[in-house]
Each structure stands twice: as structure tokens, then as C-alpha cells.
Design a protein around this ligand. Structure first.
Ligand SMILES: *Cc1c(COP(=O)(O)O)cnc(C)c1O
Length: 496
């Protein structure tokens, strides 16, 4: 198999193999690791159509993580995609009203982050072993709600790792807080801070950058790492479900070989849709990549004008996991359409950090024809949830609804009747209040768990374990610290 190396999007120095890139997360120059080339799929769709999710995942990941042995990779995959998922299909496709919803929310925390965060801990510990890292890996994460829980669920009781999650006290939803403070696992720690998400994030960055502390950690047998979404170990596993979806549609006779399918992706940090772009570049017959934004529509404006401009009001929406003004993973696309020109990419990223904006060249813009961007307002998002429920009985979450609405706009504009897959990124049970209010405002007077019961009733759905578990779960974490004491509590938890 062709060896794939990884390099930074911001300079020409340093080529790493996959396990080193996974361990490092971010390049020293602040750039993101990209494969020196995007490998081509080397099995036929017909063969893929007879495979399980795990087998398809292996066929994709083996092409990128070329310094892992077959056994190492297969072990990581089988530990990740197991009974933690509530269906053996892992990522089932459901046909609703003419489109196929690729449900990426059947994992432990009922959101699509589980697809990558259930395998990252295993990729990370295998990488540590391969590179003779003796230290225990300590994952530090600041969260505004979703990522922290998914990361803890992934790392809980994984040997050789610990995870510490900081979240803003009073800054996450009651269900999110309950999910975190009841987290099991002897290697998980949750800390609320008396501050907001930005302060939690800055505090974590400061701890990462503290050389003195790193030295002290090393002496005691620890080192920090990150589970951030820019890690190549999170991006590559996401490519697999697009290949799986295509193979499934082929198996069901919905597509013939080489027939294209479009994908619609509710987008925030640009990781999920970038994975679809990688799948297309691997030879998977994907037509349009439809990028759906909520009212924080930086990406819609970018695809329209070629200018990325984050200087605007930050809007809190009912799809909070997409409330993002800096889509970090977009940098990998910018690098690619610049002709893998690290200097050009660096220049644009400097513009972003100094002026909050940049503009791509016409030549770069011409390479964005594969993409179509649009967005959904809050009212439109709620309307799609209600109308789809009334028409079909299917209840989708708010993030997925942003995608469904964007798809409707695309259809209206283009009339393109290509087979379409909509990435469905969260269970409606995760955003129960917004979903139920969208269906009927009478539900607003119910409390959180009454809403859960009502949703299960009207949608004729089983309440996911992730929700049942927290209903009566015991609180295991009750740390609350001042922002200035974040480092001190890390030391205390690690007994430094
Ligand atoms: C993270 C997230 C998204 C956005 O995905 P990106 O890869 O950041 O673009 C969309 N929906 C849900 C539910 C998420 O948790």
C-alpha cells in the first residue's frame, strides 16, 4: 500500500507519519495536518456493498493510516464501533420525503461527534505505543456542552489515558450538565468554572502552553494531548460513513455503479463536510457538497463571495453546535484549492487572525464548484421540523433541520433530482425543548424529562439509553473552581 505522510497547511517543514500526526494534533506552526495526497479507494462499490460498517471503515482508514498494522487498525475499529451503538448498522439510512437521512447519532452521546470520538482514544493510545511514549496521556478539553461529553464517553476507562473537561457553570443546558456530572469511569474528571466558555478555552490553552508544568508532568509520567476536531484522527474516521452510505444505497438498488449522489451537511467547524469532500476526492461518486449553515452564515457568504469574514454578531441559535464564526477545518480546503501552497494559506490565515477576514483568489474560487452553500433562519428551521413531522411522522433535531431546509432551497433553485443524503447529526432527544416547541408551542410548559416522554410518544420512538441513563443517575463530579484555579485543580486531580 502506498505510504501516506502528513504535513502542515502552513509551512513546508516536517513530514510525519499518521501516528505522529495523531499524537501531535496540531502542527508546531499552528497549521493543520493534511495527507500529502488523498488516496484512492481500492475496492469496488460492489465489494463495499457487502461489507459491515466496520469493514468499510477499515477499507477507508487503511489508506490514510499507513503506519498502522492491519491488526492495530482492526482492533481500534472493533473497540470503537461495538455495542456502544444502539444499532449494528452503526450509521443507518432512513428514507424520508424523497431524501435519505444518514443517522450519525446512534452512539453513546446521541450526536455525530461519537462517530470520531469513539475511535480517537484507541488511535491515540495505539499511536503512543507505536512511538514508544511511556507517559499516560491526559486529554484536556474545554466544552460548551457537546464535545466534552462525547470525548469523556470515548476515553472513559481507556487504559493509559485520563480526561479532564472544563465547562462554564450555568453555561450549558441542564441535560448537558447532567450528562457530564454523571459521567462514569475512573479516569474521567469534570470541572465547572466560574466563567464563560471563552475563559474555559483560554485557561486550557494556557495550561497546554505551560512548559514548566509539562516538565513536571513528564517527571510524574504524564503528558497532555487534545481531542480537538482538527486532529486528523477525527477527520479520517468520518470519511467512512459517506462511503458506507453510498454502498448501502447501491446495495438497495437506489444507485447504480458510478451514479452520483449529493450530500447535505449541517456545518459548523467544517469537519463533517470536509470528510465528504475527501470521500469525493477518493473517487466516491459524490456530486454536490451542500453546506448548510444556521444564522451564523459565514460559510454561506464565503461560498457566494469568496470572502471569509468573521466580523459579525455571534447569534445564539437552536442549533448551538453550529454556532461558530471560525470554521477551523476550512483551512484544509483553503490549502488544497491554493494548489497545496502553504505560503498562500499562511497569508490568508494571518489575515483571519489579524483582521478577522481574508479573500481567496479567482483561481481558488473556481475550484469551489463542487460546493453549494445556503442557510436556514430560526423560523425556517422550526417550520421544517413541524412540517416533516406532520407529513411523515419523522422527527429530526434542529441541526438536521437546518440541513433539510437548505436542501429544500437547493431543490427550488436548481431542480436537481440527484439522489441525496442528508447528514443527520443529532438525535431529537438531545435538543428536546427546541424540537418539541417547533412542533407545538404548548409543550413549552413541560419540564425536561416530561418533554422526553412526550417526544417518545408522539414520534413513536424508544427513548435512547443516553437519556434514560441520566434520568436517575448519581452525580459523580461536583468541582467548581475560579478561572485562576484551573491549573491548580489539574495538579490536584493528577496528584502532582
Ligand atoms: C459538531 C456538530 C455539527 C457541526 O459539525 P462540524 O464538523 O463542526 O461542521 C453539526 N451538528 C451537530 C449536532 C454537532 O454536534
Amino acid at each position: 500500500m502506498k505510504e501516506i505522510l502528513y504535513k502542515s497547511t502552513r509551512s513546508e517543514d516536517g513530514y510525519l507519519n499518521a501516528s505522529e500526526a495523531i499524537l501531535k494534533g496540531l502542527a508546531d506552526d499552528g497549521g493543520l495536518f493534511v495527507p500529502t495526497e488523498i488516496p484512492k479507494l481500492d475496492v469496488s462499490v460492489d465489494a463495499l456493498s457487502k461489507m459491515t460498517y466496520q469493514q468499510v471503515a477499515y477499507e477507508v482508514m487503511k489508506l490514510y493510516f499507513t503506519d498502522f498494522t492491519e491488526e492495530e487498525l482492526k482492533t481500534c475499529i472493533s473497540k470503537a464501533y461495538d455495542e456502544k451503538f444502539d444499532t449494528p448498522e452503526i450509521a443507518p439510512l432512513t428514507e424520508v420525503d424523497g431524501a435519505y437521512y444518514l443517522e450519525l447519532f446512534h452512539g453513546k452521546t446521541i450526536a455525530f461527534k461519537d462517530m470520531a470520538l469513539s475511535i480517537l482514544p484507541h488511535l491515540l493510545t495505539t499511536s503512543a505505543k507505536k512511538n514508544h511514549v511511556k507517559n499516560e496521556i491526559v486529554i484536556l478539553t474545554a466544552t460548551s456542552g457537546d464535545t466534552g461529553k462525547a470525548a469523556m464517553a470515548g476515553f472513559a476507562d481507556v487504559e493509559g489515558t485520563r480526561i479532564i473537561v472544563f465547562y462554564p457553570h450555568g453555561g450549558v443546558s441542564p441535560i448537558q450538565e447532567k450528562q457530564m456530572v454523571t459521567q462514569k469511569g475512573n479516569n474521567t474528571y469534570v470541572v465547572a468554572i466560574e466563567g464563560n466558555f471563552d475563559q474555559a478555552q483560554s485557561g486550557v490553552k494556557a495550561i497546554f502552553g505551560n512548559k514548566e508544568l509539562a516538565k513536571e508532568m513528564d517527571e510524574k509520567g504524564f503528558q497532555f494531548s487534545s481531542a480537538n476536531s482538527i486532529n486528523i484522527g477525527r477527520l479520517v474516521p468520518q470519511v467512512a460513513y459517506y462511503v458506507y452510505a453510498y454502498a448501502k444505497l447501491y446495495a438497495q438498488g437506489k444507485l447504480v455503479e458510478n451514479q452520483v449522489m449529493n450530500v447535505v451537511v449541517p456545518t459548523g467547524n467544517f469537519g463533517n463536510i470536509l470528510a465528504a469532500y475527501y470521500a469525493k476526492n477518493m473517487g466516491l461518486p459524490i456530486g454536490k457538497l451542500i453546506c448548510a449553515s444556521n444564522e451564523n452564515k459565514v460559510l454561506f457568504d464565503f461560498f457566494r463571495t469568496g470572502e471569509y469574514d468573521k466580523n459579525r454578531e455571534f447569534i445564539l441559535t437552536a442549533s448551538p453546535s453550529m454556532d461558530i464564526l471560525i470554521s477551523s477545518n476550512l483551512e484544509r480546503l483553503i490549502y488544497k484549492i491554493s494548489g497545496n501552497n502553504a505560503a498562500k494559506n499562511q497569508e490568508l490565515m494571518t489575515g483571519l487572525s489579524e483582521a478577522g477576514k481574508y479573500e481567496i483568489t479567482d483561481a481558488m474560487k473556481q475550484q469551489l464548484d463542487d460546493f453549494y452553500g445556503n442557510y436556514a433562519t430560526e423560523e425556517e428551521t422550526a417550520a421544517v421540523i413541524r412540517e416533516t413531522y406532520e407529513k411523515t411522522g419523522y422527527i429530526m433535531d434542529t441541526h438536521t433541520a437546518v440541513a433539510a431546509c437548505t436542501y429544500q432551497k437547493y431543490l427550488k433553485e436548481t431542480g436537481d433530482d440527484t439522489v441525496t443524503v442528508i447528514a443527520s447529526t443529532a438525535s431529537p432527544f438531545k435538543f428536546t425543548r427546541s424540537v418539541m416547541n417547533a412542533i407545538d408551542s404548548k409543550y413549552d410548559k413541560l419540564d425536561d424529562f416530561e418533554l422526553v416522554d412526550e417526544l417518545a410518544k408522539i414520534g413513536k420512538m424508544k427513548i435512547p439509553n443516553a437519556i434514560e441513563e441520566i434520568r436517575n443517575a448519581e452525580v459523580r463530579h461536583n468541582n467548581l473552581v475560579r478561572v485562576d484555579d484551573m491549573e491548580a485543580i489539574v495538579k490536584k486531580l493528577l496528584a502532582l
